[in-house]
Design a protein around this ligand. Structure first.
Ligand SMILES: [Zn+2]
Length: 176
């Protein structure tokens, strides 16, 4: 959102009918690493305000994981209070093939993850040059293997849905 043209990209994404959500303001500090209301305000609330009317009917938030890791660094008690009170849906993930470390090898690892799981929520940050040149191949192979691609979020990756706690959040919350 801070880059010139960022909002235009989002407008195109929204116009094409895709869902998108809040992934923190700075992408450097998750609420669990810096508990307190200031972090919640900056990382979640201010970002949501920037998205404004572009955000869909369901407010989606995915915490910054710092390399794709799940753990108590993701949320603070204040963050959980805010996300539930403001009726967010929180999306986590279960496949991180690390495209940024291995721009050529992520595709095979992602395909293996698909075989190993009943469903997969894939994280592809797309920050390394050239990593996404494998995306068409990946998608072709997914479609060939008759895996269904759906916008629905799998229950195991959604610890909060529309403000209701639906999963085991405790391992993801820093307790001060
Ligand atoms: Zn991220």
């Amino acid at each position: 959102m801070h880059q010139p043209g960022g909002r235009g990209v989002l407008e195109d994404v929204a116009a094409a009918g895709h869902a998108f959500g809040n992934h923190s303001m700075t992408h450097t500090t998750s609420p669990g690493e810096s508990p307190g209301w200031e972090t919640v305000q900056r990382e979640i609330s201010d970002m949501q305000q920037l998205l404004g009317s572009l955000a869909g009917d369901e407010k989606l938030f995915r915490p910054f994981g710092g390399g794709g890791h799940l753990g108590p660094h993701l949320f603070s008690e204040e963050a959980v209070e805010h996300l539930t009170a403001e009726q967010y849906t929180v999306a986590l993930w279960n496949s991180v093939p690390r495209d940024w470390e291995d721009p050529d090898g992520w595709c095979e690892r992602a395909l293996l993850d698909i075989q190993r799981r009943p469903w997969m929520l894939l994280v592809l940050p797309d920050v390394a040059a050239d990593a996404m040149k494998h995306l068409p191949t990946f998608l072709d192979r997914v479609l060939e293997s008759q895996v269904e691609i759906t916008p629905d979020l799998p229950a195991d990756c959604v610890p909060i849905r529309r403000g209701r706690i639906t999963g085991d959040l405790d391992p993801l919350v820093a307790h001060g």
